[in-house]
Design a protein around this ligand. Structure first.
Ligand code: SAH
Length: 450
């Protein structure tokens, strides 16, 4: 391969060095992209600075003359997979599908039409092959461990009115709550005692939680537990995102929900697609592990829309991708609509894994809500993380972004991981002894027999 066709990844020691490198190169007119780091780079999805082969020498010199000598530079290799296609399969699937599968084996980037094909084929053999390709890629990029995170939904006040969402500001049918700092810290301590490494702080867009208040809680969590922190608190000004990062936020989850601009406008009466996109770009620029995602089954959403969402995740270098089915919420304008399709959600998970490779894909709570085993299916379809809901009991039912929201707890997560094929619980997890028993009878417990 010629130098012009190659690209390279610069791996910094930490995220602030990565930002320094990125700025330095951009200032010297070198085009860069921030992308998820390659699989061999430890177990975390760190971020790498991608450059073109033709800029390699200049970049090296710039780093050197600026005293940055620890950054590693690797060639950006494609992920090649062998054995996706065997002779038998070749006879049972379409010519077109076989071509796509060959591209996947070869690590080549899929075109939009190919993504649409994968999302829409109804041939059983092809669907099976899509899921097994996704599972292979999941295994080779992020391994068998299912990462477990703990979420705290600390406020359900919201100034927005997203039509699908049950905690939209105008919904007067729910009781509003805000957790106090002490209440939040109590849950954090519990999550820490379980050995978890990441806590997710999620809320509506609540003006009460001003920048200084958020910073305060971030610092407290860092000081007392050292845990990684994911924020999921919606749109904020650049300066606030920057301050949150400085105060210890590591990851940010801000789903684009849909990349179809018209649909976006329709479902978000007081939101602007470009603003949301800008926020997501800022988060990336600031060095957050950047989370996005979409909702499957929005009114009028097409397979083409979902393909565009997946292309967006890839082209934006998104690191965490939350894919959940739409679920109607009481008191929302979409209360009476039908829920999103589980099969389509799982297919989207699989195709996203195939296209985006090394990313975190949660087996979402929304899936768990539609069926007890849907989280298991998602783990088998390319997902690799589970988020526990740890909002205190007295508030939980009020965080009804959708109805009958499943409260994925430690038991549910352990159940899903044990039931999924060849998956492991993380070694950092400190299970209570009754759950350490691999034969623990979850069904009996649920039915109140134990
Ligand atoms: N206010 C934050 C957090 C929103 S809640 C923000 O704007 O980012 C987290 C996610 O729940 C949303 O991004 C959305 O994708 C999902 N969600 C909300 N209502 C839903 C519904 N009715 N069905 C499915 N997913 C929903």
């Amino acid at each position: 391969m010629r130098l012009e066709e190659k690209s390279y990844l610069i791996m910094a020691q930490n995220s602030s060095e990565m930002l320094v490198i990125n700025k330095l190169l951009n200032k010297n007119n070198i085009e860069t992209d921030l992308v998820p780091a390659p699989p061999e780079w430890g177990t975390v999805c760190a971020i790498a600075v991608k450059i073109k082969g033709t800029d390699l020498e200049t970049s090296k010199n710039l780093l050197h003359s600026s005293g940055i000598n620890n950054a590693k530079i690797l060639e950006d290799r494609k992920l090649k997979l062998q054995g996706l296609i065997d002779k038998k399969l070749g006879l049972m699937v379409s010519e077109r599908f076989l071509e796509i599968l060959k591209k996947i084996e070869n690590g080549d980037e899929l075109q939009r039409e190919e993504i649409i094909y994968l999302l829409s084929t109804d041939k059983k053999r092809e669907i099976d092959a899509i899921f097994s390709a996704a599972d292979r890629i999941r295994k080779e990029t992020v391994g068998d461990v299912v990462e477990i995170r703990g979420a705290i939904e600390f406020s359900n006040y919201c100034r927005k009115n997203c039509k699908y969402c049950g905690i939209r500001g105008q919904n007067s049918e729910i009781k509003r709550y805000r957790m106090t700092e002490e209440e939040i810290m109590e849950v954090v301590a519990y999550l820490h005692s379980l050995g978890l490494r990441t806590v997710i702080l999620q809320s509506g867009e609540d003006p009460y939680w001003t920048m200084p208040k958020i910073i305060n809680i971030l610092r407290k969590i860092k000081e007392t537990t050292g845990m990684r922190i994911t924020l999921s608190i919606g749109e904020r000004p650049y300066e606030e995102y920057a301050e949150f990062k400085k105060a210890g936020a590591d990851n940010f989850l801000l789903k684009i929900e849909t990349t179809n601009r018209e649909l976006f406008k329709e479902i978000h009466p007081d939101d602007d697609f470009d603003t949301r996109l800008q926020c997501s770009k800022w988060l990336k620029e600031l060095g957050y592990i950047n989370g996005s995602g979409n909702i499957i089954g929005l009114p009028g959403q097409t397979v083409e829309d979902i393909a565009s969402d997946i292309e967006f995740f890839r082209d934006m270098g998104i690191n965490m991708i939350g894919i959940g089915p739409f679920i109607p919420a009481k008191g929302s304008p979409y209360e009476k609509l039908t829920p999103g399709d589980i099969a389509m959600t799982l297919r989207t998970v699989a195709v996203t894994r195939i296209v985006c490779k090394k990313v975190y894909i949660p087996s979402t709570t929304a899936l768990a809500t539609l069926s007890k085993d849907a989280q298991v299916w998602a783990l088998n379809a390319g997902a690799n993380t589970i988020m526990l809901i740890n909002t205190p009991k007295k508030y939980r039912s009020s965080y009804n972004i959708y109805d009958n929201k499943n409260m994925v707890d430690l038991e549910a997560a352990v159940y899903a991981v044990r039931k999924a094929a060849n998956r492991k619980l993380p070694s950092y997890l400190k299970l209570p002894s009754y759950l350490e028993n691999p034969d623990f009878d979850f069904a009996a417990k649920q039915e109140g027999m134990l």
